[in-house]
Design a protein. Sequence first.
Length: 173
Amino acid sequence: MPHTTYGLLKTIRSHQISSPSVATTVATGRPNACNLCHLDKTLAWTADYLERWYGITRPALGDDERSVAASVLWLLKGDAGQRAIIAQAMGRRPAQQASGSAWLAPYLALTQNDHYDAVRIIATRSLKTLPPFHREQLTGNGELLINADGTFDADRVNRLVRARDNRPLVYRE
């Protein structure tokens, strides 16, 4: 069971058994199991595989859902709960193995500036699971908003951060 629920400065398994659904993810904002492991993939990628493997109808997706890795969208644009869940997922070894880990450090470092203490704490803890960062290891990847020279696509990153869901959230922990 994936870690899809936030609580007590970490993510936990919800113990709810359900099939991954991109339509549900889009409707609720709840990260799905596929994209919590394949952090480098878009919701369109997930929808394509679910359609191919299980015949699940592919929902209509916006430009960002088709072109930006779901984890990056949730980390930059999502609410505090989504940001905490993704920051924790970035520190999980299976997700690092499935997605590669060289690109994670810059995003976790950026997340250490989050205005929610819990998100900063989780990002810092996840950052400690990574090897030392070297920008030379980064290769251009549009879905990860990384330019060919290993820098962020600042215009797109900033656009998503400006669209962030910053509403106050209260979690009963």
